[in-house]
Write a protein that binds this ligand. Structure first.
Ligand code: 4FV
Length: 275
């Protein structure tokens, strides 16, 4: 079972967030353990001081090294991976989340104020990780985003039929639009094929629609996807279909206008397929 320890001045922020929904269920079913620890526990002075002014001036306080050292050493062991949440880290994506889901023990250090003493990073941190190019008031939300994303890759965390492999990005594509009852809503009908019951046809249709949605919303991801698909196609001895991009364009051109509308693809143009 993956064990996660979060070092934070606000343990309740972590405990609260991991006790709901899929994460809460995963922790209850011992598929994942998430514990929070505050460095304030390891202060000796009566004000339980955990920060101080930066040498060389500058705004914002810096978290003290000693309380952090003691908190890390309380939970660290030889297979622990220590991660500091900061804008200076590599940016989280699905591949990194999947990678982390395979670890035995993760320790997330959540900074506050202007961050932590650099010597803690030098001495203890294996990896810095960012959830995006912006500055947060604390690393807690970053740690929670990563814990939520990696938990989906732990076998058994997602209900049956659900799998992180079906999530967006798992096959390099965004997920197709989803619909549930009623069949008609605000004059918009659910695409016919989805209520036709032929799961093979539905599966192929969903893959095509995922590719179209990705072409529209994330052409960068689509270019990568179609390059791989085209290489696979070109390596085929017997080619039963048209080239992937040609086949996808034909599928799009055969989509009834109201289906393009309800799928959010109405403004996709033929020239958009010239990638
Ligand atoms: C951050 C990010 C982030 C840096 C100083 C907290 C702040 C303060 N963490 N992705 N972007 N952290 O801005 O993960 O300690």
């Amino acid at each position: 079972m993956l064990k996660v320890d979060v070092i934070t001045l606000f343990p309740e922020m972590i405990e609260g967030a991991v006790s709901h929904g899929v994460l809460g269920q995963a922790v209850k079913s011992d598929l994942l353990s998430v514990k929070a620890h505050t460095p304030r526990e390891f202060t000796e002075d009566k004000h339980r001081t955990v920060d101080d002014r930066p040498f060389g001036g500058g705004d914002g306080m810096i978290m003290l090294a000693e309380p952090l050292k003691k908190t890390i050493e309380k939970v660290q062991h030889n297979t622990s991976k220590v991660v500091y949440l900061s804008p200076q880290g590599r940016t989280l994506n699905a591949a990194i989340a999947k990678e982390f889901s395979k670890e035995e023990h993760l320790i997330f250090i959540c900074g506050r104020y202007g961050g932590i003493d650099q010597r803690i990073i030098n001495e203890y941190v294996d990896e810095e990780l960012s959830i995006g190019d912006y500055v947060l008031s604390g690393g807690e939300l970053g740690a929670l985003v990563i814990i939520d994303a990696l938990a989906r890759f732990i076998p058994g965390v997602l209900g049956h039929g659900e799998s992180a492999e079906k999530d967006s990005f798992s096959d390099g594509l965004l997920e197709q639009p989803n619909f549930t009852r009623p069949r008609e809503f605000l004059g918009q009908d659910v695409p016919e094929v989805l209520v036709g019951g032929n799961h093979k046809v539905i599966g192929e249709w969903k893959d095509k629609v995922s590719a179209l949605v990705t072409l529209k919303k994330r052409p960068d991801l689509f270019r990568e996807y179609i390059k791989v698909e085209t290489e696979k196609y070109n390596s085929l001895k017997k080619k039963k279909t048209a080239a992937p991009i040609k086949e996808l364009k034909e599928f799009f051109l055969n989509l009834p206008p109201q289906e393009r509308e309800v799928l959010g693809l109405a403004d996709l143009r033929e020239e958009d397929f010239n990638v």
